[in-house]
Write a protein that binds this ligand. Structure first.
Ligand SMILES: Cc1cc2nc3c(=O)[nH]c(=O)nc-3n(C[C@H](O)[C@H](O)[C@H](O)COP(=O)(O)O)c2cc1C
Length: 151
């Protein structure tokens, strides 16, 4: 195990809608980058289908998963949406900007994409939070040392 895997992160599903084409990707590489304005960054592998879509969209959603949503994390984090609709059989609603909000998530933040930077084999997308809602008081799912942590 390398030392980098000792960094623990919240697990989220980043959702997007490019001309009616919906996709979601599980991410652990997410961080706050500014208090005022509220900014956050996600790092997305360049070979992901989501990378192609995030390059084109103006908004994306951050769905913070609860400790009871490991199955959702695996669903959005193991299959590619390139030839598959990951939302089939998944409960969700649409935000005002028509970005998917997954049922049962602890919180949802919607971001306007304001920056886009190369980072080796990943790409950092910088978002300005323009909407946020907390849905329940469940604990947020964590990922570190190559595994999920429920407590
Ligand atoms: C717990 C977990 C965390 C992940 N974190 C990231 C991440 O931060 N960035 C990333 O690019 N991929 C991450 N992945 C991998 C993607 O979710 C996965 O490759 C996904 O199938 C890509 O889907 P897409 O091709 O539809 O974009 C993670 C997967 C899991 C299970």
């Amino acid at each position: 195990m390398d030392a980098l895997s000792k960094i623990y992160n919240s697990v989220a599903v980043v959702t997007m809608n490019y001309n009616g084409n919906l996709n979601g990707i599980t991410v652990a590489w997410i961080m706050r980058t500014s208090i005022d304005p509220k900014l956050l960054a996600i790092s997305i592998g360049k070979q992901r289908y989501s990378y192609e879509l995030l390059k084109k969209v103006n908004f994306f959603g951050i769905n913070l998963l609860s400790i009871n949503q490991i199955n959702i994390a695996k669903h959005f984090g193991t299959i590619s949406g390139r030839n598959f609709n990951k939302f089939e059989g998944i409960d969700f609603k649409m935000s005002k900007n028509k970005i998917p909000i997954l049922n049962g998530v602890v919180a949802y933040l919607e971001c306007e994409k304001i920056g886009d930077f190369e980072s080796g084999d990943h790409n950092i997308f910088l978002g300005k939070v323009n909407f946020e809602e907390i849905f329940n008081n469940e604990k947020v799912l964590l990922y570190g040392e190559h595994k999920f942590w429920r407590d």
